[in-house]
Structure formats: C-alpha cells, structure tokens
Ligand binder design. Structure first.
Ligand code: GCU
Length: 415
C-alpha cells in the first residue's frame, strides 16, 4: 500500500524532457536472451519455446493489453470495384467489414488499390489518420463508406470534402503501383475512435454486462487497432487479387506503435515497418529521451492498458524494453525508420532498439543491424532488419516509401 501511495505521488511529477544525449541517464536493458528463470537462450528453438512467449505475455498484460475474447468478421460487403482507377493504372476496390456482438456493431472500410497487370499483388496494409478519402484525391473514394451524393448536409458542412487528398503526400500510391505493390488502407477511427472514451469502438462489443471500460490488463486503443489489422488480414486471406503471403504492415507514429504490436501478435504479416513510432513503439523507454512514458500515458491515457501507467517515471521496473517488441517479430523482416528532426520520438533510441533486437535475428541466421553506431542521415541499411534516419521532420515521405519498397523487394527475393 505504502508503495502504491508513494508511486501515485511520484507519478504525478513528470520530469523535464531530455533533449540532449548527455542528459540520458545510465540504464540497464533487460536481457533478451535470458529467461526470467535465468536460462541462457542460445538457439532459435529455445527463443521460440521459452523466451518469446514470456516476453509476449508481458507486453500483452503490462503494456498494450490483452484482447478479452475472439470475434470474427460478421459480414463482408463490397462497396465498389473499379478496374480502371487512377487514370487506368490501378484496380480500386472498397470493402466494408462488419463486426457484431449482441446489439452492438462496428464497420471497418478498406480502400484497396492494386496494380492492374498482376494476378496477385503484395500489399502494404496501413491505417490512415484522416479517412480513406484523405490518402488520394480520387473522387470515387467513399467518405465513411458513402458516396458524396449520399452525405448528409451536416457531413457536407464538415471539412470532409475539403480533406479529400489532404494527406496524399504521405501515400506514394503511384510509386507503389509502379513497383507492383498494392495499398490497403483503413481509417483507424473505424476500429476505435482515438479519444479517451471506452464507450464506443470495438471495446464496447466485448464488455460483460455492466462493464464500461477494459480491465487493468485489457486492451487500450493501440491493442484494439492492432486487432483490427489482424481482422483486415482475415479478409485479405480471402481476397484472390492479394498475395496474402506478402502483406506488409506499415504504420506511422502512433500507428507505427500499432504496426509493431500487430506484427508481434500475428505471424501472418510477412514484414513490418515502423515509421517514426517513438515512445511505446520502437524507441527504448529507459533512455527517457524526448517523450517519456509519463508524457504518453498522461496525454493519451487510452492508448496502453491501465497496468502500463504504473511505469510512469518508473521505467526500470519494466521487465521489458522496446527492443524486445521488435525481437518478437523475428525472423520476419522488420524496418525501423527515424527522422533527424523528430527528437520527440528519440531517433537514437529507435536505432538502438533495432540494433539490440538484431541478436534474435542472428539466432535464425538472419542479418540484423551490423553497424556499430547510428548511420548518418539518408544512409539506409537493408538487412533482415532495416533502418534509416531520414533527414527532416516527423512525417512519411516519398523517400521513406522508396526505401520500404526496396527493402521488401530484397527480402521477398531472399526468402
Ligand atoms: C504525439 C505522441 C506520439 C505519437 C504522435 C502521433 O506526438 O506524443 O507518441 O507517436 O503523437 O501519433 O502522431
């Protein structure tokens, strides 16, 4: 009890943001290759049998939160199919996945662009922040599942139409299509609206009678979004135009955190990309550089499970750090990308986590990050673990996509 009270008092006081490398405290990372009971892990077999499950269970119960039960897709509805989209270069398909439990339901809308000349295409599966219609100015992209002519006066008055294509600079769709890759994108708010409110979204379908919020070890929003990616994958496995053995998870920022956790949970994703994911994503928490656990859990109390709040200003009490999250994806290829001005996301901490995770890739005979220190800007490295530090701010750019496509090409060829 005394410890709890002490912790609560202490946790109120968030320490100043660390902006200089010299101010990073000394820290010891939990060991990837030694089990809780002290067994040294020397083989991929021992990693999978002994160490991986205990790390995964810890992230599930203490960090992101467990999904309380199962729920399958209730109904698949094809809303649109256009074989000559984007000026004749691509196939466009828009699909609505319905989920239902008791009287409650939600729907996830997938916007899919695929190269025209292929029987089956590898795809990037990625959430977007501002609606499917924000990723490209194609006027046929449905807004919340509706055509423009079906929008209510209220919806028309909101900035929905204005936001058509507003985020297109983050989505190099022409480059993907040109390289033979498709894009499957979903508004993350479809699964769980991004606000500190557990009365709506997918969580509410899982409550027992009288329950209004997840239990302490149950899913926050990041875990719910990760769940949604697996459900999208259930659908993609049935989509003949998609090569479901080559589904690449991509996420930027909070959705990069989501992509890493989804990739750790679901081995059907063949490759995972974290773009500027920072705190609670690829960056090491113990460095406390830029955003800290106390910052993220205060500003976004709904992202992680409630148990995770215990570690505010108390990172060393965690039995894991984020290099272990990346390692859970091994031996599948994983790419961690940072941006030089994105200090809030701790680029160096992102690099170090990918570097530490590489020891698990080595157990499988795969190429992790072999360099001694963080590479200079715009010097990408593409092993089975990939990394680049792009010059510039927190964003997703054409440069980033070009690296991801090259990395996927290389890894799909060598596997
Ligand atoms: C905030 C938050 C980050 C997050 C980012 C985003 O900056 O502090 O943790 O990654 O939003 O998702 O855009």
């Amino acid at each position: 009890m005394a410890l709890m009270i002490y912790h609560q008092l202490f946790a109120q006081r968030s320490t100043p943001t660390i902006k200089n490398e010299a101010d990073v405290p000394a820290y010891d990372l939990p060991l990837l290759l030694r089990t809780e009971s002290g067994i040294e892990v020397k083989t991929a077999e021992a990693w999978e049998r002994l160490r991986r499950p205990e790390i995964h269970a810890y992230f599930a119960n203490q960090v992101y939160g467990v999904v309380p039960s199962e729920l399958n897709i209730h109904k698949v509805e094809v809303l649109d199919f256009e074989p000559n989209a984007l000026g004749g270069k691509a196939i466009r398909k828009q699909v609505q996945l319905h989920f239902k439990k008791g009287k409650k339901s939600i729907a996830m809308r997938l916007l899919i662009y695929l190269p025209k000349d292929k029987k089956k295409s590898p795809v990037f599966l990625a959430y977007n922040f501002k609606g499917n219609h924000s990723v490209n100015s194609d006027p046929a992209i449905l807004i919340g599942g509706k055509k423009e002519s079906e929008l209510s006066q209220e919806e028309l008055k909101s900035d929905k139409l204005g936001s058509r294509g507003s985020r297109s600079s983050r989505w190099a769709i022409d480059t993907m299509i040109g390289a033979g890759y498709g894009l499957v994108t979903i508004d993350y708010n479809d699964v769980d609206p991004d606000k500190n409110d557990f009365s709506d979204g997918i969580h509410s379908l899982f409550y027992k009678s009288g329950q209004t919020a997840p239990e302490k070890n149950e899913w926050g929003s990041l875990s719910a979004w990760a769940w949604g990616m697996s459900k999208a994958m259930d659908y993609l496995e049935t989509e003949p135009l998609v090569d479901s053995k080559k589904v690449i998870l991509f996420g930027h920022s909070r959705l990069g955190k989501t992509a890493l956790w989804a990739g750790a949970n679901d081995k059907r994703f063949s490759l995972v990309i974290s773009n500027n994911s920072g705190c609670g994503g690829a960056a090491l928490s113990r460095r406390r550089f830029g955003e800290k656990l106390s910052d993220i859990n205060t500003k976004f109390p709904h992202w992680f499970c409630e148990n995770f709040h215990f570690f505010n200003e108390n990172e060393s009490a965690l039995a894991v750090d984020q290099h272990m999250l990346i390692a859970l994806i091994a031996p599948r290829p994983v790419y961690v990308a940072s941006a030089s001005q994105d200090l809030w996301a701790d680029p160096k901490g992102e690099f170090l986590a990918a570097q530490w995770a590489s020891s698990v890739y080595l157990l499988y005979g795969k190429k992790g990050l072999t360099m001694q220190s963080q590479p200079p800007v715009n010097t990408p490295y593409h092993g089975t673990v990939g990394y680049h530090l792009r010059e510039g701010k927190h964003d997703v750019t054409q440069y980033d996509w070009e690296q991801y496509i090259k990395f996927a090409e290389k890894n799909f060829k060598s596997n």
